[in-house]
Write a protein that binds this ligand. Structure first.
Ligand code: ZN
Length: 488
């Protein structure tokens, strides 16, 4: 019989045959304490207090187990969409502590989205962490409704419209409750923005909150984890007077983060830097940031033409989606501008073909492009619970030099610190295509995959998968994770 290993919380019910076991008072098994590297946590776990709802104990436990372990929750103040601070989180009843715990857990877990969804019997709270959905816990429906009501008030939404699609936003100010070494896990005092969307579902309104916490973004080019030679090559483009850096990968692969870190390499005091984006995700001082607005006719192509009349030095074009934007961006990169942009393509060679598909003239591609970067985000194994497994013979053959001399690879396990996922944090893997004279020649004369591959393999080149295997060899991630994101 298949048995799933999971961590129980107060209020959970385990059914075995016809018998139900309710988890009343939490005791921590010695092996769990050992795995988490603690001496004894059993006596720190507060027994159930009389009159205290069960959901609260279970959410508090999730928060307490996140690093820094056993630290108190951070202080939060809600700032409404109108910019007014509110003391709603200090209010009475079950709503305020529920929303506070959700915001605290989201910030500590570095969640990018919070899902609050009525299921009929209870309301589930899930979060997207490192790209994966993780269940945080269940709230009684009435508490779920209180939380949704508080968020609606913060967004200044109409409270009654439960059968409608609604959108809004609000912010919070976070003051960390810890200092010293533990503060590194929590980050500095800051503002966190939330974009809220409500949709009617069969059991009531489902709320999804996108968390925009700038803490989670690396802030320098070297923080991205590019191998040395790739970093130097990208940095060179940033310092040029003209040229084009193209980043490719699917949605959510960290392309915008990479471009913003490249922008930080530019002397923005001495240069006119403009970005055109859909939407603007990061704020960067000394930069003119323009959101596109298709309904008003402000498209990538239209805005780019207008920006080119405003004497720019460096232009970030959020995405190339059409022929006009592609050709205009390429021409700009040949006439005294540095252009940073992205395209939807699976790898660097596919990105070149994507531009050819958009009917960009081969001579424009050959002359304008300097560097094409493909990237993906792989999850990093949780260092508290990862475990060594024997390298299967097939894997040793497949990964070759990346696992040479190693008898073990690391695999995920799952512990409270990583919300049971086995992973904590993500890092990017890259593939860089350098536009050498040889490659430009091939694009002009014979732009075929075979011809390009031949040139590329003769030089300094690592595929996305090989960059992932390097991390597997170092024990930072698992082979399954690399196969999942880089697929070979
Ligand atoms: Zn873990």
């Amino acid at each position: 019989m298949r048995i799933e290993r999971t961590f129980l919380s107060q209020g959970d019910v385990v059914r075995v045959g016809g018998t139900e076991f309710a988890v009343d008072r939490m005791a921590v098994a010695p092996e769990v304490v050992e795995a988490a590297g603690e001496t004894s946590a059993a006596d720190e776990v507060a027994p159930a207090r009389k009159g205290r709802p069960a959901w609260r104990g279970s959410f508090e436990r999730v928060l307490r187990d996140l690093p820094p372990k056993n630290a108190p929750g951070d202080e939060f103040v809600i700032v409404s969409s109108a910019g007014k601070e509110s003391d709603a989180l200090q209010g009475k009843g079950e709503g305020p502590p529920a929303l506070l715990l959700i915001l605290q857990i989201a910030a500590r877990a570095r969640a990018t989205d919070v899902h609050v969804e009525p299921k009929g019997s209870s309301t589930s709270v899930r979060m997207r962490v490192d790209g994966q959905m993780v269940t945080i816990g269940e709230l009684p429906d009435r508490v779920g409704m209180l939380v949704v009501g508080m968020v609606k008030a913060a967004c200044n939404m109409k409270a009654a419209a439960a059968d409608q699609v609604q959108e809004g936003h609000f912010s919070s100010r976070l003051k960390p409750a810890v200092d010293g070494a533990a503060a590194a896990e929590v980050g500095p005092a800051r503002q966190i923005d939330y974009r809220v969307s409500m949709t009617p579902s069969v059991h009531g309104q489902k709320m999804v909150v996108r968390v925009l916490d700038l803490l989670t973004a690396p802030s320098t080019l070297s923080g991205l984890g590019l191998p040395g030679w790739m970093e130097q090559r990208v940095r060179r483009v940033c310092r040029q007077d003209q040229g084009l850096l193209l980043v490719c990968g699917p949605t959510g692969s960290g392309k915008t983060t990479t471009l913003y870190n490249a922008l930080r390499e530019v002397d923005r005091e001495a240069k006119n830097v403009v970005t055109i984006e859909d939407p603007v995700e990061y704020r960067l001082e000394q930069t003119t940031q323009i959101p596109i607005d298709e309904q008003r006719g402000n498209t990538f192509g239209g805005l780019l033409r207008s920006v080119l009349r405003q004497d720019p030095d460096v232009i970030l074009v959020g995405e190339i989606r059409d022929e006009e934007t592609a050709s205009t961006a390429m021409r700009a990169a040949m006439t005294g501008h540095v252009v940073f942009t992205t395209v939807h393509a699976k790898d660097t060679i596919a990105a070149v073909f994507r531009l050819l598909d958009l009917k960009v003239e081969p001579y424009l591609i050959a002359s304008a492009l300097d560097v094409v970067l493909a990237q993906r985000l792989v999850r990093v194994l949780c260092e508290h619970c990862r475990t060594g497994v024997r390298v299967p013979p097939g894997v040793a053959t497949r990964l070759g030099r990346f696992v040479e001399g190693k008898s073990e690879l690391m695999a995920p396990v799952g512990c409270p610190r990583c919300l049971g996922t086995g992973f904590r944090g993500r890092r990017a893997i890259f593939e860089l295509l350098d536009f050498t004279d040889e490659l430009r020649d091939v694009i002009l004369k014979d732009p075929s995959i075979q011809a390009m591959k031949k040139i590329v393999e003769g030089g300094l080149f690592a595929t996305l998968t090989q960059s992932g295997w390097k991390l597997v060899g170092e024990g930072s991630t698992s082979l399954n994770e690399v196969d999942r994101v880089a697929g070979s």
